[in-house]
Ligand binder design. Structure first.
Ligand SMILES: Cc1cc2nc3c(=O)[nH]c(=O)nc-3n(C[C@H](O)[C@H](O)[C@H](O)COP(=O)(O)OP(=O)(O)OC[C@H]3O[C@@H](n4cnc5c(N)ncnc54)[C@H](O)[C@@H]3O)c2cc1C
Length: 488
């Protein structure tokens, strides 16, 4: 690994992969630093564990496995697939692998609702432009599509049909939504040609057979194919500062062994630095840099506007055929502006543990305009923490989610009472480097030249009624168009 680089991108998730591809196409020599591993998938062998059979490889540097409703289990510390953080009253899941969140996500690819987007984002970030140019570009790159009818009618999607039927009979009709599942892999699983994964309800800890069109199948190989981009896995950035003589940037990295332990630490320099480590980790790096004085001119908005996207999970029952398992791809969703306390999108989710059981999992994202947290540097522990997020900040989205389920139950479509698991959790951390405040309207970080934040940290705590990956990738595409047109 040479020490001096033209551009460094920290993170290989949605923001980082878009930045890497567009830099490579523009002929800019680029190094992508990713803390997690590249996981080779297999059509026949298990690569990842799942919620019912937890393994150490599923978690980033933890002593016990924990995620939403999973039973805590002792594991060994290693650079595993997902980082789970408990910050105040919320549990946050964020990816730790090559491809970032695209490996662990459920592939749901939906647009923010325009009216709420315009209330949340600065005026200069045009919804019309994202809708016309950048969202279609991302959807094409990721192969987003609707669930075909033969799959919807298959046995593992009985829960999807039950959800749609419940919602329709309750007067809350769903509409199809796009995901990035690869339907020929799903058909291969259904036909018994491939080891089953997505049809069992695996997704949150990856699909061993590569059943999603994740970033390791599109943006990242396209970036490498430019000949300008290299990616170093298991390479974690621990600090950022200005470069030698005040020119460019120095990043300090720690290299991990795949089975745990640190290989070495070293410093690299670059002219242009793209921080795309995801909302929590971009925020941690930038708050630390400002408050320890390595980038003292970062402004007061760094660390602010953090939110969990109004995420909530609710379970309820259904009658009729249960199916042998609950497939992971989501077929449909329902959006309501009013009637539930907050505008809310609900989606039919899945649960491995519900195989053959008459329980439905409802996932929702509420448009929560108010509840936000702030990350600060704590000198005593030398850690960046969010101390102002109490359980009360989860209540609005959770009661909106419960209200939808209670409406379904109240109209006689399910029973008994809905269950809200005691989670206070989010899979959608957003904010910490809000666009238009900590950065300009294109992710250029205020106070420094050639320093960019390009990931979920730009989104001010809520994705306006959407799961956030399309928005994050769209904002990154838009920013790269502008940054490259401007000569960097
Ligand atoms: C279980 C789950 C299900 C989800 N389902 C959906 C869904 O269906 N639809 C949807 O739209 N969204 C979904 N999401 C959310 C989505 O995955 C994220 O919003 C998205 O990945 C965020 O993109 P990003 O570019 O901000 O960061 P990420 O995709 O998280 O990428 C950041 C990358 O940076 C790396 N990194 C972090 N710190 C460092 C460091 N210090 N040094 C080097 N590398 C670092 C990380 O390992 C990671 O690979 C889901 C998330 C989870 C956890």
């Amino acid at each position: 690994m040479p020490e001096a680089h033209r551009a460094i991108v920290i993170g290989s998730g949605f923001g980082g992969a878009v930045a890497a591809l567009r830099l490579g196409e523009a002929g800019v020599q680029t190094l992508v630093l990713e803390r997690g591993r590249h996981w080779e998938t297999s059509l026949s062998e298990p690569v990842f564990g799942n919620e019912l059979t937890p393994t150490s490889e599923m978690f980033w540097q933890r002593d016990f496995a924990i995620w939403l409703t999973m039973e805590p289990t002792l594991i060994e510390r290693m650079p595993g697939l997902m980082e789970v953080i408990t910050a105040g009253g919320i549990q946050i899941g964020t990816a730790a692998c090559v491809g970032g969140g695209s490996v662990v996500y459920a592939g749901v690819t939906v647009q923010p609702e325009r009216r709420y987007f315009e209330a949340l984002f600065p005026r200069g970030v045009s919804y019309e432009e994202l809708d016309r140019v950048h969202f279609p570009r991302v959807r094409r790159m990721l192969n987003a599509s609707y669930m075909p009818n033969d799959i919807y009618q298959a046995d593992p999607f009985a829960h999807s049909r039950a959800f749609d039927s419940q919602m329709k009979r309750a007067g809350l009709p769903t509409e199809p939504i796009q995901t990035t599942f690869n339907w020929s892999r799903v058909r291969g699983e259904l036909a018994g040609r491939l080891r089953p994964s997505s049809i069992l309800g695996e997704s949150s800890f990856g699909n061993s057979n590569g059943a999603k069109h994740d970033l390791t199948q599109n943006y990242l190989p396209a970036a490498m194919a430019t000949g300008q981009v290299r990616l170093c896995q298991l390479t974690e950035v621990t600090s950022i500062s200005t470069g030698p003589g005040g020119r460019g940037y120095t990043v300090r990295v720690r290299r991990h062994a795949p089975d745990g332990g640190v290989v070495d630490s070293r410093e690299l320099t670059c002219d242009m630095l793209f921080v795309a480590a995801g909302s929590v980790n971009t925020t941690r790096l930038l708050v630390r840099a400002r408050d320890t004085g390595t980038l003292p001119d970062l402004n007061e908005h760094i660390g602010t506007c953090w939110g969990g996207n109004g995420d909530a999970f609710v379970y309820r029952t259904f009658d009729g055929a249960t199916g042998v398992s609950q497939g992971a791809p989501c077929a449909s969703s329902f959006f309501a502006d009013e009637g539930f306390g907050m505008p809310i999108r609900v989606e039919n989710w899945y649960a491995l543990a519900f195989a053959g059981e008459p329980y439905l999992s409802q996932f929702s994202v509420a448009v929560d305009m108010d509840n936000r947290g702030t990350w600060t540097y704590d000198r005593v522990s030398d850690q960046v923490k969010m101390l102002d997020w109490g359980p009360e900040k989860n209540l609005g989205p959770e009661s909106a989610a419960m209200a939808v389920s209670q409406t379904v139950i109240g109209r006689g479509m399910a029973g008994p009472a809905p269950v809200l698991p005691p989670t206070g959790g989010t899979a959608h951390p957003l904010g910490g480097c809000p666009i238009g405040r900590a950065t300009d309207l294109y992710g250029r970080v205020r106070g420094y030249r050639h320093l960019y934040a390009l990931d979920g940290s730009l989104v001010p705590g809520n994705a306006a009624g959407a799961n956030p990956s399309l928005l994050i990738a769209g904002l990154a595409e838009r920013a790269m168009d502008e940054i490259l047109a401007d000569g960097g």
